[in-house]
Design a binder for this molecule. Structure first.
Ligand SMILES: [Zn+2]
Length: 96
């Protein structure tokens, strides 16, 4: 029997990928949105591909905020975006 890897959908491009290939963004009870490197933080989560296009598209379109049902500020989104992009860069950027 095949073991199925957990899959999640990128909220930006709607591609299904292995959970480990996606970035998890989580919003906590106070509505703070942050990157969740463990994938285990409690709160409402959304997933994004590890590529610049998905991250930028999503954060600019503010669909992420909608998905997380939080009124995140533009400045916070931009901060989060640069944080994530920096992390992606460190990973070598060859996830795709
Ligand atoms: Zn994507």
């Amino acid at each position: 029997m095949m073991k199925k890897k957990p899959q999640r959908m990128c909220v930006s491009c709607r591609t299904r990928r292995d959970k480990k290939d996606l970035l998890r963004i989580v919003s906590d009870q106070e509505g703070n949105v942050m990157y969740d490197p463990t994938g285990k933080a409690s709160g409402r989560g959304a997933y994004l591909c590890r590529n610049k296009e998905c991250i930028m598209t999503e954060l600019k379109a503010r669909r992420l905020a909608k998905g997380l049902k939080t009124g995140i500020e533009k400045e916070d989104l931009e901060k989060l975006a640069s944080e994530i992009l920096e992390l992606c860069g460190k990973d070598g950027g060859d996830a795709e």
